[in-house]
Design a binder for this molecule. Structure first.
Ligand code: GTP
Ligand code: MG
Length: 192
């Protein structure tokens, strides 16, 4: 199924999030992991979500309406050191509140760079969602940059960890790998 997407709004406070009750799926992960690029691949539109080779491109919570029925939400990355410290603290508060209180949030896609196994902040993020019982799935990104057997090992590592992920999908936004599978998972989660 095609995802027809358009940009809705960028918000920096929870009070500005849409209130029409549509379900939403948020994409998170370290800065530069490929969240915005993956969103564009999912909806087959280049630069709908703004991407950059330098970390810290996405600064606000960006809402994209898909098929007039749900939202994909592109979030700023975590572990971005260049933002002012006060901004980082402020952002951490807003995003934590968002994940803990957003009633229409169906699941969070946590993106992990296939090149880096078990980075500390990735593990901390996954543990946090598991502990808070916020449903999440894992997405390995940039598999075009890694040997196939290394991707397989990384995937196994994630699958055999204690984290109760709703799915683990290996993707390359550049080579368009795993994108159909990801769309199918998103539709399945929305239908449940
Ligand atoms: P922030 O908004 O800063 O948090 O980053 P982001 O996670 O949104 O990353 P973004 O999508 O902007 O991509 C970062 C860089 O990774 C860009 O140079 C992309 O072209 C590159 N990239 C993203 N996905 C892939 C992929 O599947 N393969 C390869 N080789 N590069 C990718
Ligand atoms: Mg981004």
């Amino acid at each position: 199924m095609k995802f027809q997407a358009k940009f809705l709004t960028s918000v920096k406070a929870l009070s500005q999030c849409p209130e029409d009750g549509k379900p939403e799926i948020a994409l998170i992960g370290r800065s530069n992991v490929g969240k915005s690029t993956l969103l564009n691949a999912i909806v087959e539109q280049k630069q709908l979500a703004k991407t950059s080779s330098t970390a810290g491109k996405t600064q606000l919570i960006n809402y994209f309406t898909v098929n007039d029925s749900f939202y994909l939400v592109d979030m700023p990355g975590y572990g971005y050191a260049r933002a002012a410290k006060d901004d980082r603290v402020e952002w951490a508060k807003v995003s934590e509140q968002y994940f803990l209180t957003r009633k229409t949030l169906v699941a969070v896609g946590i993106l992990i760079d296939a090149r880096h196994e078990t980075l500390e902040n990735d593990v901390a993020a996954v543990e946090w969602f598991a502990e808070k019982k916020i449903p999440f799935f894992l997405v390995l990104t940039k598999i075009d940059k890694v040997k196939q057997q290394d991707v397989a090992r990384h995937e196994k590592l994630l699958k055999t960890s204690i984290f109760p992920a709703l799915g683990t999908i290996k993707t390359s936004s550049v080579k368009k790998k795993g994108i159909g599978e990801l769309r199918a998972l998103i539709l399945k989660l929305l239908a449940e």
